[in-house]
Design a binder for this molecule. Structure first.
Ligand code: ACM
Length: 695
C-alpha cells in the first residue's frame, strides 16, 4: 500500500515539473549568485586576455561609464591580467558591448526596471538592458562568470535573461549599538552590488548612540554619540557612491522608543525628568519621546525636514519598535492627556504619535516605513511595514492594503546558517494564500544585522557571505531551492568578495593574532574552524546565567566575536560524514579524509594547551578545546568499530553519546558551539547501528 502511494506520487512529480529532463540529470551549473531568472548554457567559452575591451553602444550615461571603468578594474583583479593597456586594433570588435535603452534615475528608486540580457559566446559578449540599472547588474553577472579554466580565465558561453523577483532587496545595519565606521559601509556597498542587493538601510539612532550629524540639532551627536557619527558630507559621499552602484540608502531614526541618545542633548523631548546619558546596556529601556507636547512635533518636523533633504530616497524609516510605555505610565501629564483623548492604553498613544509623525514625513515628500508596531487602522496605505515579529503579520498587512518587507527569519545576528535564511520566503505561510494583487504588496525583504555584538572588526563576517543567500532568495525565482547549489555559489562569491576588499575571512586571522599575541596559531586555527558563535538570544541567556552583562563597554575580543557564524570547514566535514554514512562507508578516500580530520582534532588540545594559558582571552577556551579532542577520539573509535566490522558494546555507545551530548550545548563561558559535534554523533550512531558499517 505504501509503495503504491509512493509510485503515484513520484510519477505525478515527474509529469508536473520535470517532464523534459531526465530526473537524474545534473542541472546545468553556473557560478552567478543570485542565480539568474533564466539561463541557457551554450558551448565554448570566452577567454579573457589582455586585449579584452568593452564599448557602450547604448544611451549616454556617466553612471554607465563609471560602471565600465570599475568593471575593467574588477575583471583585472579577478584574473590578475592587466587590462586596458593594449589598444584594440582599429578593425577589432569590442569583446563586450553594453547597450541600455535609457538612463535610470540618478538616485535609484523602488520599482525601476533592473532587468538585463547577457549573451556570451566564444567570440564576444553583448549586454542589453532597458535601463542603466540592468547594465550594472549584468556587468556583475559577467564578472561572476569569469573564472580559472585550463585555458586561463574564461566565461562560459551562456545566454542569461534576468530580472529580480522582488524590487526591495535590503540589508539593514545597526550602527548605533556599536558604531560601524564609513570604510566598512563602503565595503558593504561594494559587496551588496556584487549580489544585487539594492537597499542599504542604516539604523542610525538607538539608545546607545546617535550616529548622524544634524546641523539643526547639533547636540544630537555632540552629546549622544561619543564622537562616533557620520558627518553630512560623509553621508552625501556614501549616498553618491551607493547610487552609482544602483543602491538606495534608507535612513532610520528610531522613535518614540529606543531613543535615549536623542535625550542626552535634548531631554525636553522625553517623557521623563532626565537627565540622560548614552545607554551602555542592551535591551528595551523606558525613555520615550513625549507624544503629548507640540514641541516634540516641531522638533521632529525640523529634524525630518533636514534629513529628508540629505537622504534622496523616497522612503524614511521611523523605527517604532519595542516601546514599553513605562515613562508614559509614570508621567501624570501624559496620563491626563490619554484620559482626555479617550486612550485606553499606551499602544493607542503610540498610534497617535505615529499618525502625527506620518503626516510630517509625508509633508517632506517621503513615504514612511517602520517596524510592525507602526501599523494601525488609521494609517494611510502608502506606508511600508517591515515585519520582524513574523511573516504572518506581513500577510495581514498586505490584506489591509499595506506594502511590506520581510525581516523575520533574516536576522543575521542570530548566527543561523545561510541555508536557514535561504529557506525563508517572503511569500510563504499566510502570504502564500494572498491574491496576486495582495502578493504584489510584499516588496521583498531585508537581512538585518543588529549590533549588540557587531564591531568594526567583525562586521564583515557577520554580514558575508550569508547576506548573499538572502540576496538570492529575494532576487531569484521562487523555485530556486537547491541548497547544495547555493553553497557552491556562495563559496565562490565569498572569495570574490575577499578579492574586492571585504574582510570576512581575513579579519579572523587578525583577531586570532590579537588573541594569541602571535601569528603562529595553527592549533588555534583548527579550534576556530570547528566552532561557531552563539547567537544574540543565546548569548544573552548564557551571560545572565553567569551573572554577566555584556554592554557597549565590553571588549569584543574573544573567539565568539571572531569566528564566522557558519564554519565552512565544519560544513564540509558534516557533508563528508553524511555521504560516508549514506554510502555505507564504501568510499575509502572519504573515510581517510574523515579519519585524518578526526585525528587532527583529537591531537589539537595537546598542541594548543600552552598557548591557551598565555592569554586571558584564550583561557576560557580550555574546556572547548578538551571537548573537541574528546570528540575527535570518539569519532576515531567509531570508525575503528566500523572498519573492523565489530559492533560496539552498548556501554560504549551510551557513554560516548552522553559525552557528545554534553558537547552539543554551547560552552557557557566561551559561548561557542562545537559545530562538528552532531556529525560525530552521527558517526557513533552509525557504528552502533545494525547496518552501520561496511561489514
Ligand atoms: C526589532 O528587532 N526590534 C525591530
Amino acid at each position: 500500500m505504501r509503495l503504491f502511494c509512493f509510485v503515484i506520487l513520484a510519477s505525478t512529480i515527474t509529469l508536473g515539473s520535470a517532464a523534459q529532463t531526465s530526473p537524474s540529470a545534473e542541472p546545468p551549473q553556473i557560478s552567478v549568485m543570485p542565480l539568474p531568472a533564466k539561463f541557457h548554457l551554450g558551448s565554448g567559452q570566452l577567454v579573457i586576455n589582455q586585449s579584452f575591451s568593452i564599448a557602450n553602444k547604448g544611451v549616454e550615461d556617466s553612471r554607465i561609464d563609471r560602471a565600465i571603468a570599475r568593471f575593467m578594474h574588477h575583471l583585472a583583479m579577478n584574473t590578475g591580467i592587466p587590462l586596458g593597456l593594449v589598444p584594440p586594433t582599429s578593425n577589432s570588435n569590442p569583446t563586450l558591448t553594453v547597450n541600455a535603452g535609457r538612463a535610470s534615475k540618478r538616485y535609484p528608486e523602488l520599482g525601476e526596471d533592473e532587468s538585463y540580457t547577457l549573451d556570451v559566446s566564444a567570440s564576444g559578449a553583448r549586454l542589453t538592458a532597458p535601463d542603466t540599472l540592468g547594465i550594472l547588474h549584468g556587468l556583475q553577472s559577467f564578472l561572476q562568470l569569469v573564472k580559472a579554466v585550463p585555458q586561463g580565465f574564461a566565461a562560459p558561453a551562456v545566454r542569461i535573461e534576468d530580472t529580480p523577483r522582488f524590487p526591495w532587496r535590503g540589508l539593514m545595519i545597526d550602527v548605533s549599538r556599536h558604531f560601524i565606521p564609513m570604510d566598512a559601509l563602503y565595503r558593504t556597498v561594494d559587496a551588496m552590488a556584487v549580489v544585487k542587493l539594492n537597499v542599504l538601510h542604516l539604523h542610525l539612532s538607538d539608545d546607545q548612540g546617535f550616529r548622524m550629524q544634524s546641523k539643526e540639532f547639533p547636540k544630537l551627536t555632540e552629546l549622544g554619540s561619543d564622537g562616533n557619527y557620520y558627518t553630512q558630507d560623509e553621508m552625501k559621499a556614501l549616498i553618491e557612491y551607493a547610487a552609482d552602484r544602483g543602491i538606495r540608502i534608507v535612513p532610520e531614526f528610531d522613535m518614540p522608543g529606543h531613543a535615549t541618545s536623542w535625550f542626552v542633548g535634548y531631554p525636553e523631548l522625553s517623557s521623563g525628568p532626565g537627565p540622560y546619558s548614552v545607554e551602555r546596556r542592551f535591551g528595551i529601556f523606558n525613555p520615550a519621546m513625549d507624544p503629548t507636547r507640540e514641541q516634540t512635533y516641531k522638533f521632529l518636523d525640523k529634524f525630518i525636514g533636514e534629513m529628508s533633504d540629505l537622504f534622496p530616497d523616497q522612503y524614511f524609516h521611523i523605527g517604532g519598535d519595542e516601546v514599553n510605555g513605562k515613562q508614559w505610565e509614570a508621567n501624570p501629564k501624559i496620563q491626563a492627556f490619554m484620559r482626555a483623548h479617550n486612550m485606553k492604553n499606551t499602544q493607542q498613544l503610540q498610534q497617535y504619535f505615529t499618525e502625527r509623525v506620518q503626516k510630517i514625513v509625508a509633508r517632506h515628500h517621503k513615504f514612511m516605513i517602520g517596524w510592525d508596531e507602526i501599523l494601525s487602522p488609521g494609517m494611510p496605505t502608502d506606508i511600508v511595514i517591515q515585519s520582524w515579529r513574523g511573516p504572518d503579520s506581513l500577510a495581514a498587512a498586505a490584506k489591509q492594503g499595506y506594502r511590506g518587507l520581510l525581516s523575520s527569519g533574516y536576522y543575521l545576528d542570530h548566527m543561523e546558517t545561510a541555508a536557514e535564511h535561504y529557506g525563508v520566503d517572503p511569500l510563504s505561510g499566510d502570504a502564500a494564500k494572498l491574491t496576486p494583487e495582495e502578493k504584489s504588496r510584499i516588496l521583498g525583504g531585508e537581512a538585518c544585522a543588529w549590533a549588540e555584538f557587531l564591531t568594526p572588526q567583525n562586521v564583515d563576517s557577520r554580514l558575508w557571505p550569508r547576506a548573499a543567500a538572502v540576496a538570492e532568495r529575494l532576487w531569484s525565482p521562487k523555485d530556486t531551492q537547491d541548497v547544495g547549489s547555493m553553497y557552491r555559489r556562495l563559496e565562490e562569491v565569498s572569495w570574490r568578495l575577499e578579492l574586492l576588499g571585504v574582510r570576512h575571512r581575513s579579519e579572523l586571522s587578525a583577531m586570532l593574532g590579537r588573541m594569541a599575541g602571535t601569528d603562529d596559531v595553527p592549533a588555534l586555527r583548527v579550534l576556530a574552524g570547528a566552532v561557531r558563535p552563539v547567537g544574540l538570544d543565546g548569548r544573552q541567556d548564557l551571560d545572565q546565567k553567569a551573572g554577566i552583562e555584556e554592554t557597549a563597554l565590553t571588549p569584543m575580543n574573544r573567539l565568539v566575536d571572531a569566528v564566522p557564524p557558519e564554519s565552512q570547514s565544519a560544513r564540509g566535514f558534516t557533508d563528508l560524514v553524511n555521504a560516508l554514512i549514506a554510502g555505507k562507508f564504501a568510499d575509502r578516500k572519504a573515510e581517510t579524509s574523515v579519519r585524518d580530520q578526526l585525528a587532527i582534532w583529537r591531537d589539537n588540545h595537546a598542541r594548543l594547551e600552552s598557548q591557551l594559558q598565555q592569554s586571558a582571552v584564550l583561557k576560557e577556551l580550555e574546556p572547548v578545546s578538551e571537548n573537541l579532542a574528546s570528540l575527535g577520539a570518539a569519532g576515531l573509535q567509531a570508525l575503528g568499530y566500523i572498519d573492523r566490522g565489530e559492533k560496539p558494546a552498548p556501554e560504549w555507545k551510551a557513554q560516548t553519546l552522553a559525552l557528545i551530548e554534553k558537547t552539543e550545548d554551547p560552552d557557557p563561558r566561551a559561548e561557542v558551539y562545537i559545530a562538528v559535534a552532531p556529525a560525530i554523533e552521527d558517526l557513533v550512531n552509525a557504528a552502533s547501528s545494525e547496518s552501520g558499517g561496511n561489514n
